[in-house]
Design a protein around this ligand. Structure first.
Ligand code: GDP
Ligand code: MN
Length: 387
């Protein structure tokens, strides 16, 4: 779960990391009110879940109300690499003496948290890592101990932080590590971590991803997901506890289990089709769940045909078939469905479907057969008798 810059900064502040004061707004008028509150000069910053906003024109300094109105008007509604700006963060502008970089993430291969620091901040850190790797300090942390202040001081010195701000930088890194561990983040990054002419150390930007699976431990963070910018069908699916990802094609894909759904996407692509979504209904198979999933899929107007792929394990195929039959009695789908049932009680499931003779439902035994059928149906070609 990725956070917007200002949401990440709020978490930073909660853990004692210094940030500038600011306000999120959604209109030019609110931007003006916010600027008066935080004091000119201000920075107008697009709040979108993508980096490189500065280069794209989504970060502008404004010395007075005229400039603020102009920039806020331009940035609201701006499209930054496919992300439309609906929220601005108005922050009191900082004077910058230096731009550093700091981050904490999990190094899976080392099985340890990794703290990174560089005095070459403000720029693309991948570029620093590639061209001048000696300028990027990488330090693994003992997860049982955490990042100690001594370690952080050493990282700051090794990285070449100005000697008068080594302590401030170390404090910032200790706080950043605390954000990462205590908020169950998968990434906590500051780029740039600035040094002001007064020699304050402050986070000017934030990039924080939280582990969605740990959200139950942080009910106060649950509201942070970028619900407004989420696809409405994805949002409903999340609310219903179903995994749904919108794609660009015209074939709806529905299955039980993420692995199965992913391989179904591949098989459909191999058969020349283009998936419209990824819907993992998860375990369970009762009529209500199947109905919800079918409804979600059909809400996307681009869907021309649906492949319903079930591999029965604990989930029994006959139960899924019953669920589907019950669901179809209520919703009468407007597009053809191909149903592939395999695994526990699959023969029984297929028999039930056959008996029900649902209009517009085609049974298939294998994934390849199902994929070929659904691709034809989406193209409006016949595939033989339904049922
Ligand atoms: P990003 O481009 O999405 O990474 O957005 P950032 O928040 O990192 O801002 C991009 C750049 O804008 C920073 O590296 C700074 O150089 C500049 N910038 C942002 N805020 C301020 C500010 O308060 N004062 C000044 N002088 N520059 C700023
Ligand atoms: Mn940045």
């Amino acid at each position: 779960m990725d956070l917007l810059e200002y949401q990440g900064k709020r978490l930073f502040a909660r853990h004692g990391l210094r940030v500038s004061s600011g306000k999120p707004v959604a209109t030019v008028e609110d931007a003006v009110a916010a600027a008066e509150e935080v004091g000119y000069p201000v920075v107008v910053k697009a709040q979108v879940l993508i980096g490189g906003r500065g280069k794209a024109g989504g970060v502008k300094l404004a010395a007075d109300e005229g400039a603020l109105r102009e920039h806020a008007g331009n940035i609201l509604g701006m499209d930054i690499k496919g992300h439309v700006v609906r929220t601005l963060w108005i922050e009191h502008a900082s004077d910058i003496a230096s731009e550093y970089y700091a981050s904490v993430l999990l190094d899976r291969s080392a099985k340890k948290p990794l703290v990174m620091f560089s005095v070459e901040g403000g720029v693309d850190i991948e570029e620093v890592a590639e061209k001048t790797p000696e300028k990027l300090v990488r330090h693994h942390v003992d997860p049982l101990v955490g990042l100690t202040r001594e370690e952080a001081l050493r990282i700051a010195r090794d990285g070449g932080a100005d000697s008068d701000v080594v302590e401030g930088v170390a404090d910032a890194m200790v706080a950043l590590y605390e954000v990462w561990i205590e908020e169950d983040a998968t990434l906590a990054e500051i780029n740039p971590l600035i040094v002001t002419p007064e020699r304050d150390v402050r986070a000017l930007d934030s990039k924080v991803s939280l582990d969605g699976n740990a959200l139950f431990r942080h009910p106060e963070n649950a509201g942070l997901s970028d619900v407004e910018n989420q696809d409405p069908i994805e949002r409903r699916a999340n609310e219903q506890g179903v995994q749904y990802v919108k794609l660009d094609g015209d074939i709806g894909i529905l299955g039980n289990g993420a692995g199965l759904v992913m391989s179904t996407l591949d098989v459909v692509a191999q058969a020349g089709g283009s998936p419209a979504n990824f819907l993992d209904a998860g375990g369970g198979s009762d009529a209500e769940k199947v109905k919800q999933a079918v409804e979600l899929i059909l809400e996307n107007d681009a869907v021309k045909a649906v492949l319903f792929n079930i591999f029965g394990g604990i989930t029994r195929c006959d139960e899924v078939a019953r669920g589907l039959i019950a669901a179809f009695q209520e919703i009468e789908p407007s597009v053809p469905f191909v149903v592939r049932l395999d695994g526990t009680n699959d023969a029984e499931g297929r028999r039930l479907l056959e008996e029900a003779a649902l209009p517009n439902v085609h049974a298939a035994r294998t994934m390849n057969e199902a994929a070929e059928k659904v691709v034809k149906l989406a193209a409006g070609e016949p595939v033989g008798s339904a049922g």
